[in-house]
Unconditional design. Structure first.
Lengths: 1034, 448
């Protein structure tokens, strides 16, 4: 260090030591730092250095702490070129089709970021009326099915190049010269597909054979004979005041159930203005979904159905019948039908031509044609002709077929002699356009997989004059090609291979030239209506000869009659790989996953069978080795029922409960060239084991005289609109009430008169809210995850003297606690006292009454779940929603215990990406169906119905963007949207014009368990039955 | 002070003060016996089972249990209430009996308190591990947090439980440890090894036995007794509110707080009897834990058992009298429903069995009391099972009625907590004086 005396200065001011400069030199910055300006203009913020250090210290530690938590890295892939109309986060809806019941069911597909995630009915079409059945809802998953063929296959080897496939196919077709070439498809309702088939047939001199698993040929043949029209008529249930159904499950599985349900309920809800409803009488052998909704229901052995029909016909034409229901009910029905004055409708589920001719004759007598039945706008279903198919089978068996093109048809599985057909098919080359490998195409020479309906262009005509357009709503998931294009390519036409432009052009050309409407508008609407001349057909059939045939053919079955039926969720079995269809409980039995033998209580007793016993069934020379027995109240004696659609034998890439599901009952179907009969005589059952546990979502089936389910007769309703609801509870609360009068107050109403229990809402909710599929064993453990369930209760119609032993009616709990009853009530069906004389005949089981009650979170304004959560994970919104904050939930399950409605569902396991639950949540493809607006819940948290809060939020945001008020219907729940009967109404009860606000004024409405003081936001509307006698309820 | 010779002496065998120290320090100073090793090994094996089964639960999920959408609490909360109940005797004996100057408590309070603490530890496993996300188990604590303005719900009885149980545990622990200090000092003074001297010296906190120390000790003991006394009543009252404040028929009853407290004391004394009958035999302490003690405790068992029985009957009467369908059904279902066996086990174990204690022979025959004490504990476990499971499995909507069966995992966890309990107790009997020497020394010449 030098001790220099040198003085340095920065400027002359400093050298001269002016006071300002000296003063400033002590400040580092010559100007005052504008901290207040930077940090805001609030006056109290006059932070000093110490405060700064405090803030600094806090921020550093907070950031450090936050950084300790390793956040998962997620990649968001932006669009390089943003597609037109696609805004991330905004859903788009396209009108297109799905293939349930029938090709070309009109739907709206909700598409998010290029992938369809939810299907709803197309409100513009009379077929869906804005709703979609459970099976239709579930069908979206077949798009993301990991079992779909990703590429064409030649002789078992994958081949990516379609031109190679095409040359292979033409090679096969060429080598087949001299032999027949067959094209087997399901009923074709699309003119585009038909044209392709025609071209293929022409090019190769092939034969087109139609195969459907379920035949309606009896109805067609009957109409051919009665009216000269080979059609399935258009039944109009909304126009009928009296509906008599002989075994037709028109609300569940018969012809077009969604549309029938929508029509049916239009005339089933009485109001103070019009206190009338149709009367529905069901005469059947198995308890069908339709039967559960009937006002009167009679059980008959299915084999006697024809005789009852003849009796009814005779009674209507003034004579008397030899078959009569108990209490001369058939006579009564006849007079009611007559009194309906043309507004009557008789339908029959039989596929027997003679039965259907009698039905036609009855309807003709009643004047139903032109009033409740339209032959003009007929349903385009089931061109399946047994005779031509049998000759196809015979021809293939002889080795006369050079090649068989399987176009989405799967006869090996559902044809009654599938084993024979499978052997026969080995003698020929099978070319398949089916999306997956199924029983019929297991050994196909060429797999040329078709697009999924949601990936295809097409036009369908499911009903005469009713065209439905189909457009792709997603880029093809796999290397597939529309079968329509494949056929043309194989017919020698030059199509731009593998691209959908070709079929797009055919479709738009068809719409604009043949149908003569604007193609863009038509594709936008999804529906094109053409007027149809119903004509004035007159009945030309011979009822007497049909009656004579029925009488001649009637033989009393020795042993049991076996009735083969379809289940609402599974239908013909096409959805074998769809977990939603199987996890949905059957609307009647509440069994998931299985098929089984249903049997009446009385028969079970006399054959010494108990629920869960295994039996061997032999019928018509065929045997099913082992199926469990389910005792079904309301089933006719002497009849056993087995559901079709099970026992599929297809490869499944996933290890789950859908493998080896149930037993295939199709081999039992009685088919011949003249028709298909789903009733098999002379069946025998033999007990071979016991102890099967059904995976049922509900195991107690009686209401125990409690008040939460209310029903009355129409007469009572006419007298007093508030019948059963006279007594209102005035619950006292300790809490100060929140003021909901401002803003929205969401609420829901469920009309139990309209609800048929079809289960659409259950599946819709399942899909919308990313509810996990848990599988059979978890359902057995009573851990199904459905946010919305439909409770189904049985009650017995009993004579006065029987009341003592059967618990129905008023809630005097002390009335009948008989010894032994309680210990066995968990399985109610075995719960009656076998030693008591009244119970021994089980007569009350034959005439059982059913109520369906959908239950979801009731969004109680005084919710018991909310007060007990220690961490406030479930709270109430200012709009009356009971909210569940998954992130905050620690899983004490106290809320679930304290819920009087038991609607809370707990994530017992991790259901996603867990190989123990190998459903669509466990693979990348399946997860594409997830709704991005709804969190996939983690293990250990509680979940429940949210009133589809994501839809409410979306509706509010859209209204805000459009600068308008929310209107009724903007926000809607998945269940309400899906409901074909409009039984579920959702809305803002603060909006005086909303439908829900009106429901609150409806005298039929009541709150379930009001006396508990929960003040739920869900209303139920008393069920009204169009019956005469008192219903025994308090 | 004159004492009538007709009264039984509180300590038998005409012990001198030195005898007391020798007798009670013997298990600590000697090598553990084979019997001890056997018991400890078995207990420890069960403790490992607990670790295993809890680990499995955390790894897989609560789905490994038998609980379902209707019965969301099963063995877990049954065991929780069971263990909390067992914990009650300790505090009652050491606090309330201290305030009532019941000198006979002196030779049993130490082990009863130890039992309380171990039982509460066992109990704590259940509310913790019944959570779906146990790793967030600290969220019910009102901790300032960085999750936003998240706070706990003071309306929730589960939160009350958190406070009640943690308070109870800390006060009991403090009380127990305080009582141990003079005895630890005795062990320290007698210790020969350096390690023992160090550790017992550490925990004796410099106890020197001066009059001032004794005075302070007595005062703090009295204060803690005063603090603990309301806890005896409050803890199980609050536990009962988990049920009483709910809306579920069978839970929603105002009788629960006193009924639960009586039941807790009942089961607590049952467990104390079980343990002490073993301890007095195994550790040769019959002269300290006398027949007189057993006699007094069985009287408490009989009284509380009868109280509980009255509560059972009152519940039925109120259910019938209320006219509420659901309530009536819930109680009939208890007695005659599918879980009837649980109900009747409870009734016969809790109400009927203790009535034998009207007879002097029953009150003074250790092997018989031992069996009865086990029966009492079985009965009390079933009481909780009956309340929890039979109320839940059939509540309002009959569609949701379901059955509940415990899985092996749940059974293993329960057996495991038994392992935890007895492991702790064996360690306690090895390393700490099981009888309060300093207090007993003051009563060796006293009579009842």
């Amino acid at each position: 260090m030098s001790n220099s005396e040198n003085k340095y200065w920065r400027g002359i001011e400093e050298l001269e030591s002016s006071p300002t400069v000296l003063g400033n030199s002590s400040n580092e910055f010559s100007d005052k730092l504008p901290m207040e300006e930077i940090l805001g203009d609030s006056e109290e913020l006059s932070s000093n250095r110490r405060d700064f250090l405090k803030f600094f210290g806090f921020s550093v530690s907070a950031v450090a702490l936050a950084a300790c938590n390793k956040a998962p890295v997620k990649y968001a892939m932006p669009y390089i070129n943003k597609p037109e109309n696609v805004t991330p986060g905004q859903a788009l809806y396209y009108a297109t089709t799905c293939g349930v019941y029938n090709e070309g069911f009109p739907i709206l597909a909700k598409v998010r970021e290029g992938r369809p995630i939810k299907l709803d009915g197309n409100p513009k079409s009379a077929l869906s009326q804005g709703s979609l059945s459970a099976a239709g809802q579930a069908s979206i998953l077949s798009l993301y099915d990991i079992n779909r063929l990703p590429n064409p296959k030649i002789e078992g080897d994958e081949e990516e190049d379609w031109s190679v496939v095409d040359s292979k196919v033409s090679e096969i077709l060429k080598s087949a010269s001299g032999k027949s070439i067959y094209l087997v498809s399901r009923t074709v309702t699309s003119p585009i597909t038909q044209e392709s088939i025609d071209k293929f047939v022409a090019a190769h001199n092939a034969k087109h054979v139609v195969y459907d698993p379920i035949s309606y040929s009896g109805i067609k043949a009957a109409n051919q004979e009665s009216f000269g029209m080979n059609v399935v008529p258009n039944y109009q249930f909304d126009k009928a005041d009296v509906i008599v159904s002989f075994g037709a499950d028109f609300l569940g599985t018969w012809i077009s159930p969604t549309r029938f349900t929508a029509d049916y309920t239009k005339n089933r809800v009485p109001s103070p203005e019009k206190p009338e409803m149709s009367k529905h009488i069901q005469i059947e052998s198995l308890l069908s979904l339709t039967g559960t909704n009937a006002d009167y229901r009679y059980t008959i052995p299915a084999s006697k159905q024809g005789r009852y029909l003849v009796s009814l016909y005779n009674m209507l034409s003034g004579g008397s019948g030899d078959a009569e229901l108990p209490g001369n009910a058939l006579k009564q029905i006849a007079s009611e039908l007559k009194a309906a004055n043309g507004k009557a409708l008789v339908v029959c589920g039989s596929n027997n031509k003679e039965d259907q001719i009698i039905v036609n004759a009855i309807n003709d007598l009643l004047g139903s044609y032109g009033s409740t039945i339209d032959l003009g706008s007929a349903m385009n279903i089931s061109d399946y002709n047994e005779a031509s198919f049998e000759s196809f089978v015979a021809d293939v068996s002889k080795g006369n077929a050079g090649a068989v093109v399987m176009m989405d048809a799967n006869p090996v599985y559902s044809y009654h002699n599938g084993a024979k057909l499978e052997l026969a098919l080995q003698k020929t080359k099978v070319i398949s356009t089916t999306m997956i490998v199924d029983e019929s195409t297991r050994n196909a020479a060429v797999h040329a997989p078709d697009n999924h309906p949601l990936e295809s262009w097409n036009v369908y005509q499911p009903m005469v004059g009713h065209y439905v357009t189909s457009q792709p709503v997603i880029t093809k998931v796999f290397n597939t090609r529309s079968a329509v294009e494949s056929l043309r390519a194989w017919s020698g036409e030059t199509v731009k291979l593998g691209e959908d432009q070709a079929s797009h052009k055919w479709v738009t050309d068809y719409i604009s030239s043949t149908l003569g409407v604007n193609a863009n508008q038509a594709l936008h609407d999804g529906v094109i209506m053409k007027s149809v001349d119903s004509g004035n057909p007159s009945f030309a059939g011979s009822a007497s000869s049909a009656a004579a045939t029925i009488a001649a053919n009637y033989k009393k079955s020795s042993g049991f009659e076996l009735a083969l039926y379809q289940k609402v969720g599974v239908l013909d079995g096409n959805s074998a790989l769809n977990p939603w269809s199987h996890e949905m409980p059957d609307p009647v039995t509440k069994v998931t996953y299985d098929n089984y033998v249903t049997i009446s209580r009385n028969d079970a007793e006399s054959n010494d069978l108990e629920q869960g016993d295994f039996v061997k069934i032999s019928a018509g020379g065929k045997v099913i080795e082992q199926l469990p027995v389910l005792i079904q109240p309301g089933q006719a004696r002497g009849v056993i029922g087995i559901a079709l659609g099970y026992g599929r034998n297809i490869p499944n890439a996933l290890q789950n409960d859908l493998i080896d599901l149930g037993k295939n009952a199709y081999p039992m179907v009685q088919a011949s060239t003249s028709g298909t009969n789903y009733l098999v005589q002379n069946a025998t059952i033999e007990k071979v084991g016991s102890g099967y546990e059904f995976a049922q979502t509900q195991t107690h089936h009686m209401i125990e005289g409690r008040d939460y389910l209310r029903e009355a007769t129409l007469d009572e309703y006419k007298e007093n609109n508030a019948v059963r609801n006279e007594h209102k509870h005035h619950a006292i609360t300790l809490w100060s009430d929140y003021d909901y009068s401002k803003g929205h107050h969401w609420a829901m109403a469920i009309d139990m008169n309209a609800c048929t229990g079809c289960g659409s809402c259950v599946v819709s909710c399942h899909i919308e809210n990313n509810v996990p599929v848990v599988g059979r064993s978890e359902v057995r453990r009573r851990r199904d995850m459905h946010w919305l369930r439909i409770d189904r209760y049985y009650s017995f119609e009993v004579d006065a003297d029987q009341t003592a032993s059967v618990r129905v009616g008023p809630s005097n709990v002390d009335q009948e606690f008989k010894k032994g009853q309680f210990s066995t009530m968990e399985n109610e069906l075995a719960g009656l006292d076998k030693n008591s004389e009244e119970d021994q005949d089980f007569g009350h089981y034959d005439t059982v009454k059913v109520v369906h009650q959908p239950v979801m979170c009731q969004h109680c304004d005084h919710a018991p779940c909310e007060t007990v959560c220690p961490v406030l994970a479930t709270t109430h919104s200012s709009e009356g929603l009971n909210q569940m904050t998954y992130n905050r939930c620690i899983g004490t399950k106290y809320c679930g215990n304290n819920c009087p409605y038991k609607v809370r569902r707990f994530n017992w396991f991790r259901y996603n990406m867990n190989s123990k639950f190998d459903y669509h949540f466990n693979n990348e493809l399946g997860r594409m169906v997830l709704n991005p607006d709804v969190t996939v819940r983690s293990r250990g948290v509680m979940e429940k119905c949210s009133f589809c809060v994501q839809n409410i939020q979306m509706a509010k945001l859209n209204a805000k963007i459009e600068n308008r008020k929310l209107t009724d219907g903007d926000a809607n729940t998945a269940c309400a949207k899906a409901c074909p009967s409009n039984a579920i109404v959702f809305g803002d009860r603060n909006d005086p014009d909303s439908r829900i606000a009106k429901m609150f004024k409806n005298d039929r409405s009541y709150k379930m368990l009001e006396e508990v003081g929960t003040d739920p936001s869900v209303l139920y509307l008393t069920k009204i039955r169009n019956r005469k006698e008192e219903v025994q309820h308090s | 002070m004159f004492e009538a010779q007709i009264r039984q002496p509180l300590v038998e065998g005409n012990k001198s003060i030195a005898d007391v120290s020798n007798d009670i320090c013997r298990p600590i100073e000697n090598k553990p016996t084979k019997l001890w090793w056997l018991g400890f090994t078995i207990s420890f094996a069960f403790l490992l089972l607990m670790a295993l089964s809890l680990g499995w639960t955390v790894w897989e999920g609560i789905g490994t249990w038998g609980v379902n959408k209707t019965v969301m609490w099963g063995w877990d909360i049954t065991n929780f209430v069971f263990w909390v109940g067992i914990g009650h005797a300790g505090t009652l004996i050491s606090a309330i009996l201290l305030l009532f100057r019941q000198k006979w408590r002196m030779s049993i309070n130490r082990s009863a308190e130890a039992m309380t603490i171990f039982a509460v530890l066992c109990a704590a496993q259940f509310p913790l591990f019944h959570m779906g996300r146990v790793w967030l188990g600290y969220w019910p604590l009102p901790l300032p947090n960085a999750f936003g303005s998240l706070w706990v719900n003071f309306n929730s009885p589960l939160l009350w439980d958190v406070f009640a149980i943690s308070t109870y545990l800390s006060v009991s622990l403090l009380f127990w440890y305080l009582g141990l200090i003079p005895d630890i000092a005795t062990v320290r003074d007698r210790a020969v090894s350096k390690a023992k001297k160090f550790w017992y010296g550490f925990f004796a906190m410099g106890w020197n036995g001066s009059a001032r120390t004794w005075h302070r000790y007595e005062i703090v003991a009295l204060i803690l007794a005063g603090v603990s006394t309301p806890l005896v009543l409050s803890v199980h009252t609050i536990v009962s509110m988990d049920f009483a404040t709910s809306v579920i028929p069978g839970w929603h009853t105002t009788i629960f707080p006193p009924y639960f407290v009586a039941g807790a004391i009942f089961s607590g004394f049952g467990m104390v009897l079980t343990l002490l009958i073993i301890v007095r035999k195994v550790l040769n302490l019959e002269q300290y834990i006398t027949i007189g003690h057993l006699d007094a405790m069985t009287k408490v068992v009989m009284l509380t058992g009868s109280l509980v029985g009255v509560a059972y009957l009152t519940e039925f009467f109120i259910a019938a009298y209320s006219g509420v369908v659901y309530e009536q059904y819930a109680f009939l279902n208890r007695a005659f429903g599918p879980y009837w066996w649980a109900y009747w086990t409870m009734m016969s174990c809790n109400l009927l069995a203790p009535q034998v204690f009207w007879f002097k022979w029953a009150r003074t025959t250790p092997w018989f009391i031992f069996i009865l004490s086990i029966i009492v504990n079985i009965g009390m476990w079933f009481e909780r099972f009956v309340i929890i499971v039979t109320s839940l499995h059939r509540d309002y909507l009959t569609s949701s009625w379901a059955m509940y069966t415990a899985t092996l995992t749940e059974v293993a966890i329960f057996l495991g907590t038994m392992g935890l309990f007895f492991t702790c107790f064996f360690l306690f009997s090895k390393f700490l004086p099981v009888i309060n020497m300093s207090e007993v020394k003051s009563i060796i010449k006293s009579r009842e």
